[in-house]
Design a binder for this molecule. Structure first.
Ligand SMILES: Nc1ncnc2c1ncn2[C@@H]1O[C@H](COP(=O)(O)OP(=O)(O)O)[C@@H](O)[C@H]1O
Ligand SMILES: [Mg+2]
Length: 300
């Protein structure tokens, strides 16, 4: 099993879209995939469930909010597997053996996030707190339960911040994947993200040693929403993609182009774009290639 956090400090760069489509393509290849929505904006959740259905069936009892509530309130923390959903219609299109599960999110996660920070004695996540390790490890520990052993891939869609909920995602992950648009602001945050992750790893390992430590690896930056003119990416995009050569982060060879029609209609259908039948769009091919490169990189 491999666990990957999808994160960038910038919103609107395609994190959720990459998470949903990468997961969907891996499941379409017969793999068992779990998506976890850690973003209070819940875009990943709403790409699989209509807002009305979410409100009626999920909001009060079946989202990560209730589980994080138990992280704060219960000793020991409650299990995570009761919150796992299997969204239709995406799963109806998968081959035998393939599975695309989801842990849904909730806007109320913002408040829980603040409560967890408070339980650590403030916003700087003091290492001296007796709860430092258990709170940071909450998601990692929950995913260690035998109910999750059957998944091949777990993808965590993180909010564009580095608060406690996001930190539990990073601590649980062996890999980090960073979608970015090829523009200045999207790439600016990448160095900052790297320094925040390094800081977290150092702090966590100092407290955790001699117990299990963490060492999440950068799979790389995936450039998304690339605008094409006749023949190739527009010049501005090309220049920024070249700029990342100097960032010392790996960059995926495969990029994902902008396609407003397909991503727009995919949302209404509650289907990741890569699963939309008979679309015959170049971007679907790119998403499949991206999944192949992802698998190759996670196996390195
Ligand atoms: N390749 C693409 N082409 C066109 N629109 C896209 C593409 N990728 C994402 N989008 C759209 O851009 C918006 C932001 O994407 P999203 O994945 O939600 O970003 P993030 O999770 O980083 O905030 C969404 O409306 C999404 O449908
Ligand atoms: Mg998102």
């Amino acid at each position: 099993m491999s666990i990957t956090s999808v994160i960038n400090y910038k919103g609107g760069v395609g994190k959720t879209t990459i998470t949903a489509n990468l997961g969907a393509e891996l499941a379409a290849r017969g793999r068992r995939v779990l998506l976890i929505d850690l973003d209070p904006q819940a875009s990943l959740t709403f790409s699989f469930y209509a807002a009305d259905d979410w409100e009626r069936d999920l909001a009060y009892e079946r989202t990560i909010l209730q589980w994080f509530g138990s992280v704060l309130a219960d000793e020991p923390t409650g299990p995570l597997h009761p919150y796992v959903l299997t969204p239709e219609p995406a799963n109806a299109l998968l081959p035998d053996g393939g599975r695309l599960d989801l842990v849904a999110s909730h806007l109320g996660l913002v408040d829980v996030d603040l409560d967890i920070a408070a339980a650590l004695g403030g916003s700087r996540f003091q290492h001296g707190s007796p709860h430092f390790l258990s709170l940071h490890r909450a998601l990692a520990d929950a995913l260690g339960a035998e109910e999750f052993a059957g998944y091949d891939d777990i993808l965590i869609d993180c909010a564009p911040n580095f608060t406690m909920v996001t930190r539990t995602g990073i601590v649980a992950s062996e890999h980090i994947l960073t979608p970015a648009r090829p523009d200045y602001l999207s790439t600016l945050g990448i160095d900052y993200l790297r320094s925040k992750v390094s800081e977290l790893v150092r702090d966590f390992n100092r407290v955790a040693a001699p117990g299990p430590t963490i060492d999440p690896q950068y799979l790389g930056v995936v450039f998304t929403m690339i605008q094409y003119a006749s023949g190739g990416p527009i010049n501005a995009s090309r220049n920024y993609m070249r700029h990342t050569d100097s960032l010392e982060v790996p960059v995926f060879r495969q990029t994902v182009r902008e396609n407003k029609t397909l991503f727009g209609t995919a949302g209404e259908r509650r289907l990741p774009a890569v699963l939309v039948p008979n679309a015959n769009e170049t971007v679907q091919h790119e998403l499949r290639q991206l999944a192949s490169e992802f698998l190759a990189r996670t196996r390195l």
